[in-house]
Design a protein around this ligand. Structure first.
Ligand code: SAM
Length: 218
């Protein structure tokens, strides 16, 4: 049986081998990973694998992403602590909890109500307070509390909708797996006064974004 000590040892190893050794250098990001108890965001049956180097199922055909990918996406958000962030795809709430340590105000949308409940309980258990969870179609963004300084999409998007882009502040950035249904590229978009600056980071595979600007069921 795992104890609090063994989880904390697993977490230290995860941070060293999966995050620092692969080139994540932002100390604030590393500190967030050292402090968020990932084992509180997985299903009971997967708890012994909570700190392993791959995604895990969280029910409803969805996953909690691999720790390194969560760290990489978080680094590219370039957070200073002052930002209002929109996350699309709450899933387990783990990425939300990481964001909560690094930015001022987090709004996270999940389309599956059971996962919204799962994330809400996980975040409560982890003592995370500065997050606002919503149920809805995140492919349209969340206009009620727009504009945002950062937008993170944690599911594979075929496109970034005009609605979503209009909810981003100038100099704001979007981090998103963009491309095909089965393979995508992690991209960073920075909204400048005169247009969008785009950067491709690496190939990734994410579960599909659904909804009005997502993939339809096969
Ligand atoms: N970041 C999450 C974590 O730390 O557990 C993992 C997110 S999982 C890879 C992608 C999530 O996006 C799933 O929970 C899925 O239900 C959700 N999703 C897909 N399409 C969506 C949409 N249009 N609006 C909101 N959530 C959506």
């Amino acid at each position: 049986m795992n104890t609090a000590n063994s989880f904390s040892q697993d977490r230290c190893e995860m941070v060293e081998t999966q995050i620092i050794n692969r080139g994540i250098v932002d100390e604030r990001v590393i500190d967030a990973f050292r402090n968020v108890p990932r084992h509180l965001f997985v299903r009971e049956s997967d708890i012994k694998n909570a700190y392993s180097d791959h995604p895990l199922p969280i029910g409803q055909g969805q996953t909690i992403s691999q720790p390194y990918i969560v760290a990489l996406m978080t680094s590219h958000l370039d957070l200073t602590g002052k930002e209002k962030v929109l996350e699309i795809g709450t899933g387990s709430g783990y990425q939300t909890a990481i964001l909560a340590r690094l930015a001022k105000e987090i709004h996270s949308i999940e389309r599956i109500e059971l996962l919204y409940e799962f994330a809400k309980n996980n975040l409560r258990e982890a003592g995370i307070m500065n997050v606002h969870l919503h149920v809805g179609d995140g492919s349209l963004g969340w206009s009620n509390t727009a504009p945002y300084d950062r937008i993170l999409i944690t599911a594979a998007a075929p496109e970034i909708s005009k609605e979503l882009l209009s909810q981003l502040n100038i100099n704001g950035r979007i981090v998103c797996p963009l491309g095909g249904r089965w393979r995508q590229t992690l991209e960073v978009w920075v909204k400048e006064k005169k247009g969008i600056k785009k950067e491709k980071i690496l190939p990734v595979v994410f579960v599909p974004l659904r909804g009005a600007h997502g993939w339809q069921d096969l």
